[in-house]
Write a protein that binds this ligand. Structure first.
Ligand SMILES: Cc1ncc(CN)c(N)n1
Length: 231
């Protein structure tokens, strides 16, 4: 299911085969389950209580910390300056605008200053942290890209999908803005393109590892959001 031969068999049936479309397809039903998670509808439609939004954001800050470190590994393992520039710009946004949204959310909803640093991580948050750290420590560039494609593409998809309430809390609106704006859409398109390209040069074993990493990341996304807000 994860092999290059599987991809080639799938590609032979497509008019315009793309690796990242196949990866997404083999990650069902976890992919659609995450993108269509009721948490995102509740958030966008103004039905999510402030305390529940803050609890989600506190857990998500536990994701963002090792995720930021993973971007650092991506910058280090990238094969060229052009990739380092794009990833570095994303890192800049993450550590400025996005970090500021977290800090102001914690302030607005009274999350104690110590909580984002030492909160009670849910087991699913810990499992996601472990995947991010292991990929950073031992993964090649394609595996790191596979993780980034999942985390950013899934967020882009739900943010484009939801219907926003007119009187949405500004911080909830900001969280959607961070994930559906044109620069973010371009970044996700770039990530997909680079993974499509990088995968071409992988040997069969590395290809299977990259595909497994993609699927595992989608499974972690689903488990994380199910834990933060059970269906
Ligand atoms: C769990 C999770 N996955 C993805 C994203 C988008 N960077 C996020 N903030 N949190």
């Amino acid at each position: 299911m994860n092999t290059r031969a599987d991809f080639n068999a799938w590609a032979a049936q497509q008019d315009a085969p793309r690796l990242t479309d196949w990866l997404r397809e083999i990650s069902e039903p976890d992919w659609s389950s995450t993108v269509n998670h009721p948490l995102f509808d509740a958030l966008a439609e103004g039905r999510l209580a402030g305390a529940d939004f803050a609890a989600y954001m506190a857990q998500d800050y536990g994701f963002v910390d090792p995720f930021t470190a993973l971007i650092g590994f991506a910058i280090g393992r990238a094969p060229c300056m052009a990739d380092r520039v794009v990833l570095g710009q994303f890192m800049g946004m993450l550590t400025s605008d996005e970090n500021s949204t977290f800090q102001r959310t914690f302030e607005a909803f009274g999350v104690p200053a110590s909580t984002p640093e030492a909160p009670a991580w849910l087991p699913e948050t810990r499992a996601f942290q472990a995947l991010l750290r292991e990929t950073g420590d031992g993964g090649g560039y394609a595996e790191i890209l596979a993780v980034l494609v999942v985390t950013e593409w899934v967020y882009l998809e739900w943010a484009l999908r939801v219907t926003r309430a007119g009187d949405l809390h500004p911080l909830m609106g900001e969280w959607i803005d961070l994930h559906d704006n044109p620069a973010f859409q371009e970044f996700v398109a770039w990530l997909r393109r680079r993974l499509d390209e990088e995968a071409e040069a992988l040997d069969d074993a590395a290809f299977a590892r990259m595909a497994e990493c993609f699927r595992e990341t989608v499974a972690r996304e689903r488990a994380f959001h199910d834990a933060v807000m059970p269906r």
